[in-house]
Design a protein around this ligand. Sequence first.
Ligand SMILES: [Zn+2]
Length: 51
Amino acid sequence: MNKSDKCDKKRTFFSEIEARKERGWAESEHKKKFNIYYCDKCNGWHLASIK
Ligand SMILES: [Zn+2]
């Protein structure tokens, strides 16, 4: 229905630098590796955990 619906459930960063900083925190907190990727639906950056 809403094209940005999926993005609403994710944290969105408005610059790659911001996303990189957050990845550092997320990796130490969750003890997982995360990918940063650019999303053209919301023109932002998201983190995705690597399994
Ligand atoms: Zn998005």
